[in-house]
Design a protein around this ligand. Structure first.
Ligand code: DAH
Length: 342
């Protein structure tokens, strides 16, 4: 058989095999069988060089035509197979129920925080903010908390490395704020009374996590400074807000306590159907008091002219009591089965 005579049957066989390939892998196999380094057509092309000179032009032309036809058939079959591969494997069931698009919701702690903020806005409070990475001055000193107070112990507070006494120069020690009370100082440094602020925010303490503790949690701080502010104002405000949050049957009581930044200081207990459900008449819920004159002096406001009150409480605790949640860690696990309930 002459060279030219071989081409026709080989070409037809190759193209028939391409058309018959059942999938993309099979198609590639056909290509290799014919044009791979050991392919049948590759072998034929190798004979080209050995042909007599006068046969070469016609043979070369025929080989080129074969190659072009093979390429065209390959491309065509590849497109067909790719289309088949991308089609659904099973027929569509148009009677199947539609897919629901999940609508997100606010985290329960965010919901409670927003509700607290809403109640305070009704009586003229605005939201203020401060840094979570604080210095000792704003977290403790300016709040009249002495250097030997246990809260300043490294067992209770997360201190950041690389600060403190650097080369004899005093650099403020940085820490993660242990309470939102530091924002009282930040705001009063910049703003003159009257001041009515509410500060929701994240705080950090070196507690081991258990059902009622977590190293990060959230607080709300309130501060009111004006002329002639009294404990009566404090009590009236707290009563109004807790009735809004915990229901109209809520009662509150103040117990004497100690905080370095307030004098006198109180702990606030409340009583409601919610506390009775937990088997208790009174539950401790917040700390508060009249802003200590030293704190006002520390931020440059005359305590003879200005007086005020402050309070602080934990947001998780409020949410746990309201919703009957018995483990604080549930708030941070992002388990949708828990979160979907709120
Ligand atoms: N900072 C206190 C705490 O973390 C809460 C608190 C108590 C805030 C009394 C106040 C206050 O503003 O007057 O436990």
């Amino acid at each position: 058989m002459t060279f030219l005579e071989q081409i026709g049957p080989l070409k037809e066989a190759a193209i028939a095999e391409l058309r018959a390939a059942a999938d993309l892998a099979g198609l590639e196999q056909v290509r290799v069988n014919h044009f791979g380094s050991n392919g049948k057509l590759t072998a034929l092309m190798k004979q080209l060089g050995a042909l007599p000179k006068e046969e070469k032009p016609a043979a070369g032309k025929a080989v080129n035509a074969l190659k072009n036809e093979f390429e065209a058939a390959l491309t065509e079959r590849r497109a067909e197979l790719e289309l088949t591969a991308s089609l659904p494997k099973e027929p569509a069931d148009f009677t199947a129920p539609g897919r629901r698009r999940l609508v997100g919701k606010l985290h329960p702690l965010t919901q409670v925080t927003e509700e607290i903020v809403r109640s305070f806005r009704k009586i003229g409070f605005v939201v203020a903010d401060g840094p979570e990475v604080e210095d000792e001055y704003h977290c403790f000193d300016a709040l009249n908390t002495p250097a030997d107070h246990p809260a300043r112990d490294t067992h209770d507070t997360f201190y950041l490395a690389g600060t403190g006494d650097v080369g004899g120069a005093k650099v403020p020690s940085l820490l993660l704020r242990t309470h939102t009370s530091s924002v009282q100082i930040r705001v009063m440094e910049k703003q003159s009374p009257p001041i009515r602020i509410l500060v929701p925010g994240r705080v950090y303490r070196r507690d081991n996590a258990d059902a009622t503790h977590n190293p990060t949690f959230h607080q709300v701080e309130g501060l009111y400074v004006d002329r002639n502010v009294t404990v009566g104002d404090l009590k009236g405000t707290v009563e109004f807000v807790f009735k809004e949050l915990m229901g109209p049957e809520t009662r509150i009581r103040f117990r004497p306590h100690y905080f370095s930044y307030t004098e006198p200081s109180f702990e606030i207990d409340f009583s409601s159907p919610l506390t009775r459900k937990m088997g208790k008449e009174w539950l401790e819920i917040a700390g508060c008091g009249m802003v200590h004159p030293q704190v006002l002096e520390n931020v440059g406001h005359d305590p003879e002219v200005w007086s005020g009150w402050a309070f602080g409480f934990g947001i998780e605790r409020i949410a746990m009591i309201r919703y009957g949640i018995n483990d604080i860690r549930l708030f941070y696990e992002n388990d949708l089965r828990f979160l979907r309930q709120f």
